[in-house]
Design a protein around this ligand. Structure first.
Ligand SMILES: [Zn+2]
Length: 379
């Protein structure tokens, strides 16, 4: 049911264009996955997401386990049916949320005991239980439970943590294999903080498990961005070429082509949706805060080069008015534009790879982003 096909590899970088076949349809890669933590991409209806061309979205195991509960979702036919989304879903294991949100967390070899961030009730996640929860959700791609190493940490701490995550990956695989012909596939997560030798060791241990795809985690946790790129570059050569690579929690529009150039096939990030709700739009000219007074009488679309339904119909002045008055529609329209900007950007990258124009695209992107950074100064 799950198969990855590489259609074209860029001759000058590690970028590739492919097809990811899942039980809920085929996804063109590289792909950006909108984040729908609680079974909803905030501000978007499922119809809007389909219209924007999203083929896969994220759900979150921790949040859905807390509310409404995975058994309730299982009884209602799984997450796809529950939220009326026929396309693919990837669920994060919830490790990151347990470590960042929950109170009184205690982890040991067996798993992690934590208190809900909502009512303080006590819960336990193990590598096995998070597979069972994700089986109940019925996600197309599930993630192993991992320990999220904070930044910065010592080499020794990072090594101990990475090895625990690797043992958890093995246990997750064992549990995952217990469901015959499990329609949900499992990705382990490469850890190792900011140490190339640990990233390598982690990747090698996980590759031994021979799973259908690999995630690179523990990045975008406060480290300088060049270090993030270095860690992806240090990990990539140790992952199998023929399997998809997913870098978790990245990136900004100017960074995405850089990850693609490093051989990354899948990414997710809350930036387009979260920033939209805060009035920040990503445009071909850089970032724009729509609440700015200078847009009050501006009849132009938010981004004159954007073909999204918002830019085709509405003015900066109107969007600014909606934002200033706290209208719900402000969040909705801003999110449509930002998601389109991300999804269309990725489609452009993919076209460039297929036509062997990616290196030129990458260079142009670097120049444009430098110019935008300069223009940003007055935004
Ligand atoms: Zn637009």
């Amino acid at each position: 049911m799950f198969r990855f096909e590489i259609l074209k590899t860029d001759p000058l970088t590690k970028a590739r264009a492919g097809l990811l076949h899942t039980p809920h349809g085929t996804i063109e890669t590289p792909v950006f996955m909108p984040v729908g933590t609680l079974g909803s991409v905030k501000g978007m209806t499922q119809q809007m997401l389909e219209d924007l061309g999203a083929r896969i979205i994220l759900g979150n195991t921790y949040h859905l386990y807390i509310r409404p509960g995975h058994e309730l979702i299982r009884n209602l036919g799984g997450l796809h049916k529950f939220m009326s989304w026929d396309r693919s879903i990837l669920t994060d294991s919830g490790g990151f949320q347990v470590f960042s949100l929950s109170k009184l967390r205690k982890n040991d070899e067996q798993g992690v005991t934590f208190r809900s961030h909502l009512d303080g009730s006590q819960h336990f996640f193990s590598p096995e239980s998070t597979v069972l929860i994700q089986n109940a959700l019925g996600s197309d791609i599930q993630m192993q439970l991992d320990e999220c190493t904070p930044y910065p940490v010592s080499h020794e701490t990072a090594r101990t943590s990475m090895q625990l995550s690797a043992r958890w990956a093995e246990r997750a695989k064992h549990e995952w294999l217990k469901t015959p012909a499990n329609p949900s596939t499992l990705f382990p997560i490469v850890q190792g903080s900011m140490f190339p030798d640990l990233r390598r060791e982690s990747a090698e241990r996980l590759v031994d498990l021979d799973l259908p795809g690999y995630a690179i985690g523990g990045l975008s946790v406060g480290e300088p961005r060049p270090l993030t790129f270095d860690m992806v570059a240090a990990t990539e050569p140790h992952l199998p070429t023929e399997k998809p690579r997913y870098v978790m929690g990245v990136g900004s529009p100017e960074e995405i082509p850089e990850y693609v150039a490093l051989g990354v096939d899948m990414m997710d990030c809350v930036l387009p949706t979260r920033n939209a709700r805060n009035g920040m739009l990503f445009t071909s000219q850089g970032r724009m805060h729509i609440g700015n007074a200078r847009y009050a009488t501006d009849p132009r679309p938010p981004d004159e080069k954007c073909a999204c339904p918002v830019c085709r119909r509405y003015s900066r002045a109107y969007l600014r008015h909606l934002y200033q008055t706290g209208e719900l529609l402000a969040s909705i329209l801003n999110t449509i534009h930002n998601l389109f900007f991300y999804l269309e950007g990725m489609r452009e990258i993919r076209r460039a790879i297929l036509t062997e124009e990616f290196s030129g695209y990458l260079q142009a992107n670097r120049r444009a982003m430098q110019d935008a950074a300069v223009a940003d100064g007055d935004g």
